[in-house]
Design a protein around this ligand. Structure first.
Ligand code: NAD
Length: 477
C-alpha cells in the first residue's frame, strides 16, 4: 500500500479509498495508491504554506542549492531502485527506466547549481532614483504530472520550482506515481524541511481538479493532454493564477534528399518507439523529399520489421502501453487507417513471452497518410509513424505547420542555409537540425506554441516562469 506524502509524513487519504496499481506488462494489480480528495489537497497546501513561511523562505539560495544537490546525489545512489519502481509502474524497458532515473538526478544537479545564479537587475532611470528588480518565488506551486515520464517531468518541474524558492504540491498521474512518492521520502531523508515537497495521489477529475481550484496554489505547472490543459487554464483564470502548460505534439521529422540517412534512420525510429510512442515530443510524422521517399521507406520498413515488443523486464525495443484504454486508442487509429486505405509499410513484432493480458502494440509504419487525416493531425500516443512525401521546401514547411500542435520539429539536411530557413519558418518550440532531441539535455528550455502549450520548463529559462518580477523604485534625491 502506498500513501500520500505530506509534511514529510506518509498519510492515508481522508476518503479512506484506494486505487489499484496495474503492471502494464501483464495487466495485473500489484499495489494500491490513495484515492485522495479536496480535503487532502487542502491539507497539503496548508503544510506547504507552513513549510514556506517557517523554513524555506528563510534559507539562502546557496542553502537551497545544497539541499537540491543532496537530493540529486541520493537519487543517483538509489537509481537502480527508482528505475525498477518506474519500470514496473510504467512498463518501461530497463534502459529507458535507468535513463529516466539518471535524468531525474541530473535535473536536481542542474537546478542545485542554478539556485544562487538567479537574480534581478538594476535599471538606469531618472536622476534621483535607483530602480532594481527582484525575482521572487510565486509561493506554493502546484504540479500536475502525467504517467509517461513521471521522474523526468517531476525533475524538470519541481526541480525548477524549488530552485526558484517555491514549495510544491504534486499531483502525479493515477496510472504511474510510485517513483515520485519514493523521491519525496528520499528528499525528507536528506534534510528537506516538512512541507517543501508534498505528493497527493488520485484521479485527475477529483484531486487534480481540487488542486487547480485551491486558492492557496499560487502557480500551476501542468504537463498532460491539451484537453485537460484547457480545463486547468479555465479554472486558474477564475482567480488569475498563472499556469505553465506543457501539452502534446504531432511533431514532424523532415528529411531532405541531401540528408545523412545513416544518422537520420536510427533517430527517426527512436523518436517514435521510445517509451512505446507515448512521448509528447514523439516524431510521429515523417515528411520526406519525394526524391528519396521510396528508398527511405524501404530502409525504415526493414528496420521496423526487426523491432521487438515485450515485457518491460525483457528490455526490448518497446515495452507495453500504459493501460488498456491507451491500447484501444491506438487500435482505433489503426482501424481508421484501414478504413481509409492507408497502406502499412511494415510492423514490428510482439514477442511470444508477452502475456496476453499485457497492453502491447507492435510499432507500425504507415505511408501516404493524407495531411488532414486524423492520423496525421491527432496525437496517437503510441508507436505509429505516418510517412508522407513533399516536393520542395515550401511544401515541407506548409505540411509541417499544418496541425494544431507546435512542440518539436526535426530537420535533416546538409544545406546550411536551408537549416536556418527551416528553423525560422517552423512554428514550434524547438527545432532539432540533424539530430532529434539533442540527447534530452536538461539545460535546454522546452515547451510549445499553439495547442502544445505555453511557458518553458527545463534549463535556466524555467526559473523565470517559476518566479514573479518585482520592480523597486527608490527616490533618494
Ligand atoms: P492527461 O491530461 O489525461 O493527464 C495528465 C495529468 O492530469 C494526470 O495527472 C491526470 O490525473 C491529471 N488530470 C486529468 N484530468 C484532470 C482535471 N480535470 N483537472 C486536473 N488534473 C487532471 O494526460 P495523460 O494521458 O496523462 O498524458 C498524455 C498527454 O500528456 C499527451 O497529450 C502528451 O503529449 C502530454 N505530455 C506532454 C508533455 C510536454 O512536455 N509537452 C510531456 C508529457 C506528456
Amino acid at each position: 500500500m502506498q500513501f500520500n506524502y505530506i509534511a514529510n509524513a506518509s498519510l492515508p487519504s481522508s476518503s479512506g479509498r484506494t486505487i489499484a496499481v496495474l503492471d502494464p506488462s501483464d495487466g495485473q494489480p500489484y499495489d494500491d495508491i490513495q484515492r485522495s480528495n479536496a480535503s487532502d489537497i487542502d491539507h497539503a497546501v496548508r503544510a506547504a504554506r507552513q513549510g514556506l513561511d517557517a523554513v524555506w523562505c528563510k534559507l539562502s539560495a546557496a542553502e537551497r542549492g545544497r539541499l537540491l544537490m543532496r537530493l540529486s546525489l541520493t537519487i543517483t545512489e538509489h537509481a537502480q531502485e527508482l528505475a525498477a519502481i518506474e519500470q514496473r509502474d510504467c512498463g518501461k524497458p530497463t534502459k529507458q527506466a535507468r535513463a529516466d532515473a539518471a535524468a531525474l538526478a541530473r535535473y536536481f544537479e542542474f537546478y542545485a547549481g542554478a539556485c544562487d545564479k538567479l537574480h534581478g537587475e538594476t535599471l538606469p532611470y531618472m536622476d534621483g532614483y535607483s530602480v532594481l528588480t527582484w525575482r521572487e518565488p510565486h509561493g506554493v506551486t502546484g504540479h500536475v504530472i502525467p504517467w509517461n515520464y513521471p521522474m523526468q517531468i517531476f525533475g524538470r518541474s519541481v526541480g525548477g520550482a524549488l530552485a526558484a524558492g517555491n514549495v510544491c504540491v504534486v499531483k502525479p498521474a493515477e496510472d504511474a506515481c510510485l517513483s515520485l512518492i519514493r523521491v519525496a521520502q528520499l528528499a525528507a531523508e536528506v534534510g528537506f524541511p516538512a512541507g517543501v515537497i508534498n505528493i497527493v495521489t488520485g484521479y485527475g477529475h477529483e484531486v487534480g481538479d481540487a488542486l487547480a481550484h485551491h486558492p492557496g496554489i499560487d502557480h500551476i505547472s501542468f504537463t498532460g493532454s491539451p484537453a485537460v490543459g484547457t480545463l486547468i487554464q479555465q479554472v486558474a483564470a477564475q482567480r488569475h493564477c498563472p499556469v505553465t502548460l506543457e501539452l502534446g505534439g504531432k511533431s514532424p521529422q523532415i528529411v531532405f534528399a541531401d540528408a545523412d540517412l545513416d544518422a537520420a534512420v536510427p533517430a527517426i525510429i527512436n523518436a517514435i518507439v521510445q517509451n512505446a510512442g507515448q512521448t509528447c515530443s514523439a516524431g510521429s510524422r515523417l515528411l520526406v523529399d519525394q526524391a528519396i521517399y521510396e528508398p527511405l521507406l524501404e530502409r525504415l520498413g526493414q528496420a521496423f520489421e526487426n523491432l521487438r515488443v515485450g515485457p518491460a523486464a525483457m528490455d526490448l525495443d518497446l515495452g507495453p502501453l500504459i493501460r488498456q484504454q491507451q491500447q484501444q486508442r491506438v487500435w482505433d487509429f489503426l482501424s481508421d487507417a484501414h478504413v481509409a486505405n492507408i497502406a502499412m509499410v511494415a510492423q514490428g513484432k510482439v514477442v511470444d513471452e508477452a502475456p496476453e493480458t499485457g497492453f502491447y502494440q507492435a510499432p507500425t509504419l504507415l505511408r501516404d497518410v493524407p495531411v488532414m487525416h486524423r492520423l496525421a493531425q491527432e496525437e496517437v500516443f503510441g508507436p505509429v509513424l505516418c510517412a508522407m512525401s513533399f516536393r520542395d521546401e515550401d511544401q515541407a514547411v506548409e505540411m509541417a505547420n499544418a496541425t494544431q500542435f507546435g512542440l518539436v520539429a526535426g530537420v535533416w539536411t546538409a544545406d546550411g542555409a536551408r537549416q536556418f530557413r527551416m528553423a525560422r519558418r517552423l512554428r514550434c518550440g524547438q527545432v532539432f537540425i540533424n539530430n532529434y532531441g539533442a540527447g534530452g539535455g536538461v539545460e535546454l528550455p522546452f515547451g510549445g506554441v499553439k495547442s502544445s502549450g505555453h511557458g518553458r520548463e527545463k534549463g535556466f529559462e524555467a526559473l523565470y516562469g517559476f518566479t514573479t518580477l518585482k520592480t523597486v523604485a527608490i527616490k533618494h534625491g
